[in-house]
Design a protein around this ligand. Structure first.
Ligand code: C2E
Ligand code: MG
Ligand code: MG
Ligand code: MG
Length: 287
C-alpha cells in the first residue's frame, strides 16, 4: 500500500508540474491576445506628502480582467511577461495609456500631478526606448515632468553604465526616476548615488506594523538617513494605518502611499483626487 501511495504522489507531483507549465503557456497566449485586444486597463494610486497631508502624485498599475479567468494578478503575469519578452509591449502599452490619460485630464482642465509608471529591465534597456519616449511626449504635448519611472534596484544595478546613460537622457526630458521596492535588492547605494534618482520607495515589507517592530524601525531609519544625505526623497509603500504613517513622520519620511489614503482607483475615481478640495484626508490632524 505504501508503494502505491508513493507512486500516486509521484504521478500527482509530475502532473502538477506539467499543469504549471501548461498554465504558463496558456497564460502567455492569453496575454498576447489581451495585449492585442485592449483587455488590459489601468488603475491609479495616490501618493501623499506626510507633513502637509497633500496629494502630490499617483502611480499607474496595470490590471488584466480576463473574460473567463477573471482578475489575473500582476504578480502572476508580470514575471511571466518578463520571461517571455512580452513585457516590452506591455510596458509600452501602459506608458501610452498613461500619456493619453494625462492628455484627457488636461483637456478637462484638471490640475495634473506626476504619474509614475513601473518599468521592467527589458523595457529600460531596449534600443530606442528614450527616443520613443521623446516622440511620445512631443506628439502628445505632455510635459516630461508629469512622468516618473519606477524601476527596481535589480534593474538599476543590472547594467550600470547603460542605466546611468538612459536615466541621464530621460532626466533631460524632464522625467524623474525612483527606485521601487527599495531594501529588498542589492541596496548598493555606492552605485545608486551616481544615478539621477529623485525618490526611494521603501518596500512594504519594512512598513507594515513598523510602529511596533524594532528591526523594521532600524532598517527604515537607516534608509531615510541615507536618502537624506544624498538629497533623495523617500516614500513608504503599503501604508495601511494611521499608526504607521505617524511613525514614518517621526522618522522624517517624505511621502506615503497605501490603503490608508486610497487603494488604486479606476481613472474616473482617481480624477476626483485632481479636483482641489474634493478629497478629505483621513489623517488631517497630523503634522
Ligand atoms: P509595485 O510597483 O511595488 O506596486 C505596489 C503594489 O502594492 C501594487 O500591487 C499595489 O496595488 C499594492 N498596494 C498598494 N498599497 C497597498 C497597501 O496599503 N497594502 C497592500 N497590501 N498592498 C498595497 P499590484 O497592482 O498587484 O502590482 C504588483 C506589482 O506588479 C507592482 O509592484 C509592480 O512591480 C508590478 N506592476 C504593476 N503594474 C505594472 C506595469 O504596468 N508594468 C510593470 N513592468 N510592472 C507592473
Ligand atoms: Mg511601483
Ligand atoms: Mg513597490
Ligand atoms: Mg512590488
Amino acid at each position: 500500500a505504501a508503494k502505491t501511495n508513493n507512486r500516486t504522489s509521484f504521478v500527482f507531483a509530475s502532473k502538477t508540474i506539467n499543469q504549471d507549465v501548461y498554465e504558463s503557456l496558456a497564460l502567455k497566449t492569453e496575454l498576447a491576445y489581451a495585449l492585442d485586444h485592449n483587455e488590459l486597463s489601468l488603475v491609479f494610486q495616490p501618493k501623499m506628502e506626510i507633513k502637509r497631508q497633500q496629494f502630490v502624485g499617483g502611480e499607474a498599475l496595470v490590471r488584466w480582467n480576463h473574460p473567463e479567468l477573471g482578475f489575473v494578478s500582476p504578480d502572476r503575469f508580470i514575471p511571466l511577461a518578463e520571461r517571455s519578452g512580452q513585457i516590452i509591449q506591455l510596458d509600452w502599452w501602459v506608458l501610452k495609456a498613461v500619456v493619453s490619460q494625462l492628455t484627457e485630464w488636461q483637456r478637462l482642465k484638471l490640475p495634473l500631478v506626476p504619474i509614475a509608471v513601473n518599468l521592467s529591465m527589458p523595457t529600460f534597456t531596449r534600443n530606442h526606448f528614450v527616443d520613443d519616449v521623446a516622440t511620445l511626449l512631443a506628439e502628445s504635448g505632455i510635459r516630461g515632468d508629469l512622468l516618473e519611472f519606477e524601476i527596481t534596484e535589480r534593474v538599476a544595478l543590472g547594467d550600470i553604465k547603460k542605466t546611468q546613460a538612459v536615466m541621464t537622457e530621460l532626466r533631460k526630458l524632464g522625467i524623474s526616476m525612483s527606485i521601487d521596492d527599495f531594501g529588498t535588492g542589492y541596496s548598493s547605494l555606492s552605485y545608486l548615488h551616481t544615478m539621477p534618482i529623485s525618490t526611494l520607495k521603501i518596500d512594504r515589507a519594512f512598513i507594515s506594523n513598523i510602529e511596533t517592530t524594532e528591526t523594521k524601525q532600524g532598517i527604515t531609519t537607516a534608509i531615510i538617513a541615507m536618502a537624506k544625505a544624498l538629497k533623495i526623497k523617500t516614500i513608504a509603500e503599503g501604508v495601511e494605518t494611521a499608526e504607521e504613517q505617524s511613525y514614518l513622520a517621526t522618522l522624517g519620511c517624505d511621502q506615503v502611499q497605501g490603503y490608508l489614503h486610497s487603494k488604486p482607483l479606476p481613472p474616473k475615481e482617481f480624477s476626483a483626487w485632481l479636483i482641489p478640495g474634493i478629497h478629505y484626508s483621513r489623517c488631517a490632524a497630523m503634522g
